[in-house]
Ligand binder design. Structure first.
Ligand code: GLU
Length: 404
């Protein structure tokens, strides 16, 4: 090796060692988000000129309803661009508390409500409650972000395998089997991502009993609470007797009101936990974007007709995709009752990540491999059908041809 070559080698080695040391052990423990990764990859392929149909990220294709946009614009025009208190706009906290009481039966006040992006709400809750070594029971498959939040807090995510026979429901019997003295929290999401599973009232009551019997906290992610089909009803676990004191309920604007880019949601927590979460909010994002919260206020207090329209459309799309998937012999899938995902099992040798990449390249259809959601998602694909019917029709046609 020449002298210059040798110096370059040493320099590269130093940079590499430096780079490795710059990353914390905490971050090294977590995986990249499987959903965001596939979304970005699909976007990159589109830029390269590929005609990709994307079923990757769970994002309604509707525009945010006009009255919500107008309210945020008005707030901007009126100079509502300064700091708020960390928990958020008082009127919005009040409106959310009123709605949570009236529609969900949650016995809360505005002082229990904190406005923050939904993902941030999950992260702040876990960071405020989970100690090193605490165990958090959660479904497998589950949304990609729960486990990394627990890992970042030093806790241990304990997967509770949900099965197709039980429509991927997170049943009290399955949960009970995995409770140990280290269990601190039960975390679940109904309707669920990635399976569209909806917990029954019996399930919710059973989970509440387990939490009370074993002195556990519950994190209930209800971000898809309004996206329910076939006349299904939503039940909030915080509404069960004695549960408000041990439950953190999380919901948001993104899915219900087509407000993904606004980065806004909320949590409802009992006072001591609220205080802890608020400290993290003060030291991290301070508060959710001020003028966006006026949009949020219009969403909660204004007409709910756009929500009804969107949910009706999602149900039609669910019916359409279920019908079209039946024409793909290597797919099998139960009918989901909520959210906007289908989670078919496929036959084939490839693992689900390879399968998703193969279908992106050969069918130009993008989706997320099921293993991104946990080991029980292997041999499944997650298809987000929050896109128009033409894309659903064309996408399924492409999959049918490629998989034939
Ligand atoms: N929650 C949506 C999904 O699962 C958005 C992307 C993400 O945050 O993971 O696709």
């Amino acid at each position: 090796m020449t002298k210059v070559g040798h110096q370059c080698f040493i320099l590269l080695l130093c940079l590499r060692v430096g780079a490795i040391r710059m990353i914390s052990e905490r971050v090294k423990r977590i995986q990249e988000s499987g959903t965001m990764k596939m979304k970005e990859l699909a976007g990159q392929k589109k830029k390269e000129g590929k005609k990709i149909i994307s079923f990757t990220v769970g994002e309604p294709d509707f525009d945010t309803p006009k009255h919500i946009v107008e309210a945020a614009k008005k707030a901007l025009d009126e100079g509502k661009t300064r700091y708020l208190d960390a928990p958020g706009l008082p009127e919005l906290r009040e409106a959310i508390a009123q709605r949570a009481k009236a529609e969900n039966g949650i016995p809360c006040e505005s002082s229990n409500v904190l406005i923050t992006p939904t993902k941030q709400a999950i992260f702040e809750t876990i960071l405020a409650t989970i100690n090193e070594g605490d165990e958090v029971l959660m479904p497998n498959p589950a949304w990609v972000t729960y486990e990394p939040c627990v890992q970042l807090a030093g806790g241990k995510a304990v997967p509770v395998t949900t099965t197709e026979e039980n429509q991927f429901r997170f049943t009290p019997d399955d949960v009970a089997e995995l409770i140990t003295p280290k269990t601190k929290m039960i975390l679940f999401n109904s309707p669920s991502n990635p399976c569209g599973a909806v917990e029954t009232h019996e399930d919710i009551k059973g989970l509440a009993d387990l939490a009370k019997d074993h002195n556990l906290l519950v994190l209930s992610d209800e971000v898809y609470e309004k996206i329910l089909f076939d006349g299904m009803k939503h039940f909030s676990i915080a509404a069960e007797p004695g549960m408000m004191d041990r439950t953190i309920t999380i919901s948001g604007f993104s899915k219900t009101y087509a407000m993904t880019g606004w980065r806004m949601g909320w949590l409802i927590a009992p006072k001591p936990i609220f205080k802890g979460i608020n400290k993290i909010q003060q030291h991290s994002i301070t508060h959710a974007v001020s003028f966006a919260q006026y949009g949020g206020l219009a969403a909660i207090t204004g007409t709910q007709e756009p929500v009804k329209m969107m949910v009706k459309e999602f149900e039609e799309r669910r019916n359409l995709i279920m019908k079209l998937m039946k024409e793909i012999p290597s797919f099998s899938c139960d009918t989901p009752k909520g959210a906007f995902y289908v989670f078919p099992r496929y036959e084939g040798k490839m693992n689900s990540e390879e399968m998703a990449l193969y279908l992106m390249d050969s069918a130009e259809v993008a989706m997320t491999g099921g293993s991104a959601f946990g080991s029980a998602g292997e041999k499944h694909l997650r298809i987000s059908y929050a896109t128009n019917k033409k894309n659903i029709q064309d996408g399924m046609e492409r999959l049918k041809k490629t998989l034939a």
